[in-house]
Each structure stands twice: as structure tokens, then as C-alpha cells.
Design a protein around this ligand. Structure first.
Ligand code: GCU
Length: 624
């Protein structure tokens, strides 16, 4: 192979911090390669959708990304035309050697995971190159352009017209790149290397009980904005008594003194304010005629924000959520969370990641049919259709970052990755009235390093959003010498607002009849929440209730569990595991699991199991 030259490694972390600060100050910088940014309001500007069919190359050995010396091709000053996929070239004549050809390559649909689109990709973990050629009209004077991804699992290296835009890590949050300089009038070539390989230092890490769907799993678009544009906004209700609404808006590219107008027509509210040096304005208004958002009355208001030629409209509900001792108060009133856990997977039509509002809606409507006023979106931020629909349908939400099981607690890059995902989750959804709880983690093993890691995330989350509650799915243990005494003892419980834990009494721990014997020791003056319980059953498998895997066993487990939980002092709700059977590589029992976790109340064919009706009946009574 021809010898290659390698340039020095770029430290992405410093680059990212530099970029975040500069973007906040709205300055433009011609950076060669950047880490992705998250500009929340690009979503509301709408753009040119790049969804649909993309040409793809399965690159099992990553030879489009690394040369034969395993150096990254995009770090080379003159990458080989013959082998560097992101250049997206065709041979100029019959003699030129080019060893790839997107035009002749198969398609994959975007948004969507690759695993359920092609049988040879079902178990695939590695790199897939996506290429989209799209036409673009000239930018108007001063106009800017951004390339926005709803999400890509797990790492995305993004190139436009042969230039590297940057890299994004994390499979469940939005990211964007400014492409004002790179976008061409006419045909553009967008190439994305998506790699979903798991790693020890990843978030999540190597081991999960869900399918590691890879690909451009959420929408991709080009968003055009004026030179100065509305980049971010946040509104919240200070108090259900005063009905004072506070808010802030950030204008990218703004100098001091730009006029920003915020209006909520239905509340006869219209205010203007001037930007500060950072392009930020703050608002405060007394909305005495405000109708509060709640599951029974999911009232949303159209909020219009404008600055010069730029204007966005957002639907926002206003409510308060807080704790008082062991009580959970929604708009100042005690509330019980009738919930269920949901994975972002749709069982029907071939399964796979939820990639349309209709599929998201079906999952939430099943939860509604169950009698839920709350859902735990496990174990990672779901798509924004889900959280916006929850606003409209009046379903409160627990949203979580994939700090799941044994993360690499002492690794600074892992911490930064987790913190970045938390930042992007909160900044994407901090206007969603439905979201009442940010969850920091799931079933993480006790250690000082773990607690320091999660305490750091808690501090960061509170800095970003002090209006919502924090929790995490912790674990319980039994007291030595008394197997029926269940104790929750976790230093993290002192950090969070809601003490939540998973319990599998009757499934992983004993049989259902054990539920009647257990007692609890949960020494915190905080609301208690059961973030998981349940057991597997194969829909249609019937037998005696003592026979595991039958619907009768699962239904009986619910029968026995519900009264056990009702006895817990300070219980404010629960989310059984799980609404629908879901794919997991860990579930291999032939004839029963066959690659599915079968703890769903609804089967992978969309059929309700007996336990669904046991819980529905319980929630009906709870709601009376
Ligand atoms: C765990 C975990 C889930 C998992 C479930 C199960 O508690 O949080 O992700 O799927 O239990 O074992 O079914």
C-alpha cells in the first residue's frame, strides 16, 4: 500500500468547550473540524428534510475510515481518492482505481435502525456509511445553514462535499453542524459514518438488556436561519399560586441590544426585551388567567418568539412539580404516578426503533388504555415526538440518560460523555411540561466512584434545570438474616428528590407468594417510587399460575405485587417493567424468549396479556 502521512491527533474535548463558548457568544469561526453542537431551536425552524432512502456501504473493517496503517483517513492532508468513502467520487476514466461506489450501493431508510431493514444487518455492530446527495438553492445574503440530526447510534462522523464537519458520540440526543461555508448551490454530497460498536468507556457501556440498534435512527435536515436567529428558549412556571411565568431566550449571532418579542396570545401576554452581551434576554410575566397543565387537563399555549426576521412558535404547558416530605405535588396537589416503562421500540411492522410520530403515539395510547398518567422512557432519551406527544396526551414523563449498570466510573471521558448526553437531553426537552423527572442512572453498583460520578451529574442537572425533580433507578437489598426485610440504602438517595428503585420479588427473587411476606426499610423522608417490577410471559402460553412463563404466572405476580407495594410508606407510584415485549440479545430461551425480553404487558405482536388487565383494573380503582 502507498505510504501515508498522518497529522497529530486533535483533542476533541478542548475543541468542544471552545466551540460551545463561541456559539453561546454567537461568533462565527472557520474551524477545520468541530465536535457537534446542540442548538435546540433549530428543531422549531423546520428545514429541508433529508429523510428517505440513503445509499449505504457496510464497512465491517472500517477501511473507509482507517488506512492500512489504521490511521484515520480524514486526518490525512491528501486522503486516497480510491479508498476514502467520504470523498464520494466516481472514477474520472477507465483506468482510475476507485474501490467503492455509493451510486451502485444498496439503500437504507432514514430515519430508522439498520438492524430491522436488512437481515444481514440484524446482529451487525460496526460501521455503516450513509450517503445522501441533495440539491440546495443559494443561501440569501447573511443566511446561515445548519445540518441537524435527531440522533444517530452511536458515533457519527459527518462529511459534507468531501469536508469533515465533525464527530458526535451518543445515540439518543440531537446534534448539528453549521454548514454555511460548506453548503454548495446545486448538488451536495452528505456522507455519514455511523458506528454502533459498544465499548467499556461508552454510555451505555458493553452490557445492556436491549438491542443495540445502529444507524441514523432519527430525522436529518438542513435548517436555514437568518444571520441572527433564535437558538434556544425556556419558559417555566415559578409557582402555581402566583402564576408567574419566567423565561429566557438566546439569540445566536446577536450583539447587545437586539429586540426580542415574546407573546402568548391566549393569555394576552406580549413583551419585548433587549439582548445582553451574550445574546440572552430574560422575561417574567404574571399570567393570572393561566390554566395549569395536568394529565386531566393537558393545556398547551402557543408561545411566539421573534427577533428581527426570525420567528418561532412553540407549544408549552405550565405546571409545577415538587416534593413535600414523602409527598409528590403536581401544581401543589399530591399526585400518584400510574405508570409503565417503555423502550423506544415499536413491535409491529418488522419492529425496530420508533421512527415516526404514529408509532410513538401508539405506544402512548396503549399506556393510556392501561390507565397510565405517567411513563418511564427507558433507559435513554426517546425521540422528541414522544415527549411532545406526552405533552399533548397529558402523560407525565420520567426521562433518563443511558448510565446503565457498570459504567466506567473513573474515566473522565466517560463522565464528560454522560454529562454531555444529560445536557443535550435537558436542553432539548426543558420546555416539555410532561417531563417531571430527570433520571440519572439505572441499577448502578454502589461504589464511591459511582456515587461521585452520579452526584456530579445531579449537580449539573440542577444547574441546567432547577424546576424538575431528579431521581435514578436504584436497587434494594435484603437484610442479612431476614430475607423478607427489604432495605433501600444508597448514598445517592440523599442526592436525588425521589427515592426510586427496581424490585423483582417473585421473579428474580423467589416466587410471587413471597410478596405477601416482605417488609420495607426505606429511611428517607422523600417520596418513594418503584421504577421496575414484573416478570416474563409468552403471550398465548397458558397453564397453572405456578408455571413460569405462562400468562397466568405473570398475572398472578401482578396480583401479588400490587398489594405489597400499596403497603410501602410514602409510595407515590410505579412503572412496571414493561409495556411491550422488546428485543434483547441477552434473552435466548428457545420457544419462549427467542431474542425478546417477554416482561411486556403487550406481546411483540401487539396482543395484550392477562397481566395488562390486572394492572388496568388496579389503575382504574386508583384513579377514582
Ligand atoms: C433490569 C433492567 C432492565 C431489564 C430488566 C429485566 O432491571 O433495568 O433494563 O430489562 O431488569 O431484567 O428484564
Amino acid at each position: 500500500m502507498k505510504p501515508m502521512t498522518c497529522s497529530p491527533q486533535i483533542n476533541p474535548l478542548n475543541r468542544f468547550i471552545q466551540l460551545a463558548i463561541l456559539v453561546a457568544m454567537g461568533l462565527q469561526l472557520a474551524l477545520p473540524v468541530a465536535r457537534a453542537e446542540n442548538i435546540p431551536d433549530l428543531y422549531l425552524h423546520g428545514g429541508q428534510s433529508l429523510d428517505g432512502e440513503w445509499k449505504t456501504i457496510i464497512d465491517h473493517y472500517d477501511s473507509g475510515f482507517y488506512d492500512y496503517r489504521y490511521s484515520e483517513r480524514d486526518l490525512s492532508k491528501n486522503p486516497s481518492r480510491a479508498e476514502t468513502f467520504y470523498l464520494d467520487v466516481q472514477p474520472t476514466n477507465g483506468t482510475e482505481r476507485v474501490e467503492y461506489d455509493f451510486d451502485a450501493s444498496p439503500m437504507l431508510k432514514v430515519p430508522g435502525d439498520w438492524n430491522t431493514q436488512r437481515p444481514e444487518l440484524f446482529y451487525y455492530e460496526g460501521s455503516v456509511w450513509y450517503r445522501k446527495q441533495f440539491a440546495s438553492s443559494p443561501l440569501a445574503a447573511g443566511e446561515r445553514a445548519f445540518l441537524r440530526f435527531g440522533a444517530a447510534n452511536y458515533r457519527a462522523d459527518v462529511y459534507l462535499n468531501g469536508q469533515k464537519l465533525g464527530t458526535h458520540i451518543g445515540g439518543f440526543t440531537p446534534f448539528s453542524f453549521e454548514v454555511t461555508k460548506q453548503l454548495k448551490t446545486g448538488t451536495n454530497s452528505l456522507v455519514v459514518r455511523v458506528n454502533n460498536q459498544r465499548s467499556k468507556d461508552g454510555v451505555p457501556t458493553l452490557n445492556t438488556d436491549w438491542w443495540n440498534y445502529g444507524g441514523l435512527t432519527r430525522a436529518v435536515e438542513i435548517v436555514r436561519t437568518p444571520a441572527t436567529f433564535i437558538a434556544d428558549h425556556r419558559l417555566w412556571l415559578e409557582s402555581e399560586e402566583t402564576k408567574m411565568i419566567s423565561g429566557s431566550v438566546v439569540i445566536a449571532g446577536a450583539k447587545e441590544g437586539e429586540t426580542v418579542e415574546l407573546a402568548i396570545g391566549e393569555l394576552n401576554q406580549k413583551m419585548t426585551a433587549k439582548t445582553d452581551a451574550e445574546g440572552r434576554v430574560n422575561f417574567r410575566m404574571a399570567a393570572t388567567n393561566l390554566s395549569l397543565w395536568s394529565p386531566e387537563h393537558p393545556k398547551l399555549y402557543a408561545v411566539e418568539i421573534s427577533c428581527g426576521p426570525d420567528k418561532i412558535t412553540e407549544s408549552i404547558g405550565f405546571r409545577t412539580i415538587r416534593t413535600r416530605g414523602k409527598e409528590l405535588l403536581l401544581n401543589g396537589q399530591p399526585v400518584f404516578l400510574r405508570g409503565v416503562c417503555i423502550h423506544e421500540e415499536f413491535p409491529l411492522n418488522g419492529g425496530g426503533r420508533v421512527n415516526s410520530p404514529d408509532k410513538a403515539k401508539q405506544l402512548l395510547l396503549w399506556a393510556k388504555e392501561l390507565g397510565c398518567n405517567f411513563v418511564r422512557l427507558a433507559h435513554y432519551p426517546h425521540n422528541e415526538d414522544m415527549t411532545r406527544l406526552a405533552d399533548q396526551l397529558g402523560i407525565m414523563v420520567w426521562s433518563e440518560v443511558p448510565v446503565y449498570w457498570a459504567i466506567d466510573w473513573t474515566n473522565a471521558a466517560t463522565y464528560h460523555n454522560a454529562e454531555q448526553q444529560l445536557t443535550d437531553e435537558i436542553r432539548r426537552d426543558d420546555n416539555r411540561a410532561a417531563i417531571i423527572i430527570w433520571s440519572l442512572a439505572n441499577e448502578t453498583p454502589l461504589s464511591e466512584a459511582r456515587t461521585a460520578f452520579l452526584t456530579g451529574l445531579a449537580k449539573h442537572a440542577r444547574e441546567l434545570d432547577s424546576t424538575r425533580l431528579l431521581s435514578a433507578a436504584m436497587e434494594r437489598h435484603t437484610k442479612s438474616g431476614s430475607e423478607n426485610m427489604n432495605v433501600v440504602e444508597d448514598p445517592l438517595a440523599d442526592v436525588v428528590d425521589v427515592v426510586a428503585f427496581n424490585e423483582y420479588i417473585g421473579w428474580y427473587d423467589g416466587l410471587p407468594e413471597k410478596c405477601a411476606k416482605v417488609t420495607w426499610e426505606i429511611p428517607y423522608d422523600k417520596p418513594v417510587f418503584i421504577s421496575e417490577f414484573g416478570g416474563d410471559s409468552l403471550q398465548g402460553l397458558h397453564g397453572d399460575k405456578a408455571q413460569r412463563w405462562t400468562e397466568e404466572f405473570q398475572a398472578d405476580l401482578y396480583w401479588q405485587t400490587l398489594p405489597m407495594l400499596d403497603k410501602i410508606d410514602g409510595l407515590v407510584g410505579f412503572t412496571p417493567w414493561i409495556l411491550v415485549d422488546f428485543r434483547s440479545p441477552k434473552r435466548v430461551l428457545p420457544g419462549i424468549q427467542d431474542g425478546f425480553n417477554r416482561k411486556g404487558l403487550i406481546s411483540s405482536d401487539g396482543v395484550k396479556k392477562q397481566a395488562f388487565f390486572v394492572l388496568q383494573d388496579y389503575y382504574r380503582k386508583r384513579a377514582e
